[in-house]
Ligand binder design. Structure first.
Ligand code: KG4
Ligand code: ZN
Length: 345
């Protein structure tokens, strides 16, 4: 099969992404991957503000596409299809991307491919490592936390996930409670390095319940309570702050590790010949979590891979690649493609 050149557009949360990916299913490379973040726009609000995100995507998406084409030294006429995140995500942002993609597709008479954002994350190890189907994927970010058995570009089986907050969201909320900068993941991880993880014993939610479901909203409440107990005159010492971070991170890590052990067991019973787990999403950047998951995989006799950070977090290349796989199977969308705020895999 000859190489396909795909433009991918991502705008479902707070990163405007555009990228060019070229190749075939299971053997493709990233020619460019432009990500325009919005962290500074949302920083003052302590979280992503949908209206601000939507406006920033609308302002930047054309620019991101132009830059992606120019960095890849590819002209629009050389592009075989336009892939775009059609959901799930913040509707205003998704609409900006879908409208931009439809405009380009209509103007140039190119095929349009709507991509599920979660499928983009889940297929990334095929782009970065050429992983063959099937494999187990742990998708763990600010908005998502689930185990998926990935069998094909449209074939996913969910074996468990969070029933409330995603772990990244919990990191962000804990950072807010402890007056640490956003995004919370990296700042909590950095503070945790100086902390004693044993000083506060936070709960391990749902560990006593069978299966792979998780819960993280109670943890942040536990951190709030512990903080209020040690705070004097509305101030925390640096050591209190570090110990709270370390205890919290250890609890998240323990839950993720145990649930991954169980998900891997379920996966390997079904697919004994291909023992493989991949992890993606912003939280996969956490060194403690990564190390714990690597150990779980080793103990189970499974391979472990995590895409490089730039492709772990939201980006256009994963959307271009997931679009490439769909397009290679002859799957395209027409101008009725809708932006879907909710779109389970
Ligand atoms: O995948 P991502 O860029 O966006 C989506 O949520 O889709 O993930 C961002 C999330 C944020 O909640 C951020 O705090 C978390 O990933 N994160 C981390 C780390 N780096 C980013 N969480 C824990 N440790 C980190 N080092
Ligand atoms: Zn994402």
């Amino acid at each position: 099969m000859s190489d396909l050149t795909i433009l991918g557009i991502e705008s479902s949360c707070d990163d405007t992404g555009a990228a060019i990916v070229r190749g075939t299913a299971g053997n493709a490379r990233v020619l460019s991957n432009v990500v325009m973040g919005q962290a500074e726009l949302h920083a003052a609000f302590g979280g992503v503000v949908p209206e601000i995100a939507a406006r920033a995507h609308a302002e930047k998406v054309d620019l991101a596409v132009k830059q992606a084409l120019s960095e890849a030294m590819v002209s629009l006429s050389e592009v075989d299809a336009i892939a775009v995140t059609a959901g799930p995500g913040l509707i205003g942002g998704v609409l900006s991307g879908v409208m931009c993609a439809k405009g380009i597709a209509a103007a140039l008479g190119k095929p349009l491919v709507g991509v599920n954002h979660l499928a983009g994350h889940a297929l990334t190890p095929r782009l970065t490592d050429g992983l063959t189907y099937p494999y187990l994927m742990l998708l763990v970010s600010g908005g998502h936390c689930q185990f998926l058995i990935v069998r094909g570009p449209d074939e996913f089986t969910r074996v468990g996930g969070t029933i409330d907050d995603a772990p990244g969201e919990a990191f962000d909320k804990v950072a807010r409670l402890l007056a640490l900068p956003q995004p919370g993941g990296p700042s909590v991880e950095a503070r945790a390095r100086d902390g004693d993880p044993k000083r506060f014993r936070f709960p391990r939610p749902l560990l006593d319940r069978e299966g792979c479901d998780m819960s993280y909203s109670g943890l942040k409440t536990a951190v709030l309570r512990a903080r209020d107990e040690v705070m004097t005159d509305n101030t925390l010492t640096a050591q209190d702050q570090a110990d709270l971070c370390a205890g919290f991170q250890e609890a998240v890590t323990a839950v993720l590790a145990e649930k991954t052990r169980r998900a891997l067991r379920i996966y390997m019973e079904l697919n004994p010949s291909q023992p493989m787990i991949a992890v993606a999403g912003g939280v996969a950047a956490n060194q403690a979590i990564r190390a714990a998951l690597t150990t779980v995989a080793e103990e189970a006799g499974a391979g472990f891979t995590a895409p490089p950070l730039k492709l772990c977090t939201d980006n256009g290349a994963m959307i271009a690649y997931a679009g490439l796989e769909r397009f290679a199977l002859g799957e395209t969308d027409d101008m009725t493609l809708q932006a879907r705020p909710r779109w389970p895999l």
